[in-house]
Design a protein around this ligand. Structure first.
Ligand SMILES: Cc1ncc(COP(=O)(O)O)c(C=O)c1O
Ligand SMILES: [Zn+2]
Length: 413
């Protein structure tokens, strides 16, 4: 069997696949919180595997089924996630002078965010373990995706605990999918009650980090597999990810390490985690050389999806292991990247543009050479944040809709 089970990211203790949401019990006994992750017998997989099967269009993330935890095709839930484009954003590249900068455009996923990969893997596991109720805690995107995949999986009850600044549109999307969104202050307390008193499956990251389902990462790692195929069986030199809990970086990183274990690549990218300057717990922790991520006392940023006050250790460890760093960007730098991406034809949310803002900042500071192959993970669409987009639009003064006025406004003579 190619899946060995769960393994602790700290002490390497192993456990069978199952409903383990609180990290490694052995570490917990010593007072340490550490994440579990799915382990495979890579040598056995590599011995009987043709990477060309990955290059064929398939059933969402399940075209990578050799290294995913659910083997029964009837339990492999998909809404056609993944298969996203790796594209060069024209205006970003021309303005800054990047020769080989790509965005991995996750905005085209079924619920318009990379979260769909997480839930395809996570809710397939939930269903195969017999769960009929699912919950998650969210700044918006995560919960929308939970509800979409709960619908796909035929889950009876889906309760989403929403941040008060999640958009009205996101909460309506959750309702349309059949979920129940609630805006609550102490979301983690409610999560605990749903899990422990009512048997809900938490398709989410919980506190203290990096607690949570180990299965969503398995979906995120397919980002690395796709990039490898799209770059003609190469990995990029650098990858920039907008991070909050850090799964957005740890997931692809796990994918790159598995490419090595499968003897498909002998190198890995340098991983850069990008955060807003007003909410930069990874940056502070990285600068201090810490092993854990500090708690930021007063997180502030327009980029709500990456405004978490702390994060998980696996992403920080991935940054160290890859020779990378954690970078912070100002609000103006984030907005500049949103605008450059929009003028390139990509309407992305502020948090997603942070990855591009990080690459621009590193290049401007001379820490990133512009001819290297750089991939920025662009995690979600701007369309789910209509109020934010409205606040960024330069609206011209109202005019009388006469032909002369219209011509004057667009500069026609
Ligand atoms: C659009 C977007 N980008 C990035 C992130 C950060 O992901 P993670 O918490 O896995 O680091 C999120 C999380 O909600 C998100 O919605
Ligand atoms: Zn452990």
């Amino acid at each position: 069997m190619s899946v060995l089970g769960l393994i602790c990211t700290q002490c390497a203790a192993q456990y069978p696949l199952g409903p383990m949401f609180y990290g490694c019990p052995a570490c917990q006994d010593t007072g340490v919180t550490s994440a579990l992750t799915v382990a495979y017998d890579y040598e056995a997989i590599a011995a009987d595997f043709d990477v060309e099967t990955w290059a064929k269009p398939g059933h969402g993330i399940w075209r990578f089924a050799e290294v995913l935890p659910v083997k029964d095709p009837d339990q492999q839930i998909s809404l056609g996630e993944g298969n996203t484009a790796l594209v060069r954003p024209r205006v970003v590249c021309e303005t800054i002078g990047f020769q080989n900068l790509y965005i991995k455009n996750e905005t085209t996923n079924p619920s318009w965010a990379f979260k769909d990969r997480f839930h395809a893997a996570s809710l397939s596991m939930a269903r195969s373990m017999g769960f009929t109720k699912v919950t998650s805690s969210t700044t918006g995107n995560h919960g929308v995706s939970t509800a979409a995949y709960a619908a796909a999986a035929g889950i009876d009850t889906c309760v989403i605990l929403c941040h008060s600044e999640s958009s009205e549109l996101q909460r309506n999307m959750i309702r349309m999918y059949g979920g129940h969104p609630f805006v609550l202050e102490n979301r983690f307390q409610y999560l605990e009650m749903l899990i422990n008193e009512h048997g809900f499956y938490p398709s989410t990251t919980m506190e203290p980090m990096p607690n949570g389902t180990p299965y969503g990462i398995e979906g995120y790692k397919t980002i690395a597999f796709e990039i490898y195929i799209q770059l003609d069986r190469q990995v990029p030199d650098h990858m920039f990810c907008p991070i909050a809990a850090g799964d957005s970086l740890f997931g692809p990183w796990k994918g790159y390490t598995e490419l090595k274990k499968l003897h498909l690549s002998d190198r890995h990218p340098v991983m850069h985690g990008v955060q807003p300057a007003g909410c930069n717990p990874y940056v502070q922790s990285f600068q201090q050389g810490r092993q854990d991520v500090i708690v930021h006392p007063d997180p502030q940023s327009i980029a709500l999806s990456i405004r978490d006050d702390t994060g998980g250790k696996p992403a920080l460890q991935a940054i160290y292991d890859s020779g990378g760093d954690a970078i912070d960007v100002s609000e103006d730098e984030i907005i500049e990247a949103v605008r450059l991406l929009a003028r390139s034809g990509y309407l992305v949310e502020t948090s997603s543009a942070a990855s591009v803002a990080g690459a621009i900042k590193a290049a401007r500071e001379g820490r990133l050479s512009k001819d290297q192959t750089i991939v920025c993970l662009v995690t979600g669409s701007g369309a789910k944040w209509p109020e934010v987009i409205a606040s960024l639009v330069d609206k011209p003064a109202p005019i009388e809709p006469t032909w002369e006025e219209i011509k004057a406004q667009v500069g026609l003579v």
